[in-house]
Design a binder for this molecule. Sequence first.
Ligand SMILES: [Mg+2]
Length: 268
Amino acid sequence: MAFYKGTGTALRDGWTRHTLHPMRGYLFDLDGTLFRGNTPIPSAVKKVQELHRAGAIVRYVTNNSTQTREHFAAKLQGMGYPCEPAEVVSSGYGTGLFLANEGLKTAYVVGEPGLVATLAEHGIESTGDQNPDAVVVGLCRQFTYDLMREAMFRIRAGARFVATNPDATYPVEGGGLIPGAGSVVAAIQTCSETEPFVVGKPNPFLIQAALQEAGLAPEEALVVGDRLDTDIESGRSAGCPTFLVLTGVAASIPPGQQGGEDLSSLPW
Ligand SMILES: [Mg+2]
């Protein structure tokens, strides 16, 4: 095993100052943790490259449902992150996994083309049919009253209501916010009077999927993110140690929470 577990071998300066051992695996959030918009966070690129070189298992876990895994991998690679599409666990990917696990084969999708394509990877057919197995709702920047009404009809008729993620807002380049998937989900939840199953963080579903696919036990993987209420909460719920960074949403590290200014302060 290539990574630097154990004592007596100094693989980088200062290693012996730390008493904690490195982990077998690292599950990184994307936005606010590895990049901001289209701008990589340099200390994060350096750290993830180091961990990857040392043989650690790295997975990229995001609530973003609008793009395919290939798209996320290409974006991360372009920033210098070592990333293959199979190492990305997005909420769209998790939604496809959830539907397949539940035996749900067709879905009316309120979302973007990347979500439709990601569901298709799991054999889920997107349909305009009146009686789909599920209604899947994610971030949809073309959301209309008609889409809301069509989703409502189908959920009231018995289709399973599945939401990709609950985020109220979504950060865009320059520090601004746009309405997130959770806002679209809330509209459809209100008119259908039905609670969705929400796949994304803080539900531990994505973390558990990443652990299972990587062959990691919860205690072997560090969940790293910039939000306490989603990233850190999902990691805790899955039974993983967690690490909060201040490069995104969180402004301080609460007492008892492991964390640092950025990824350079990861003690492993
Ligand atoms: Mg984030």
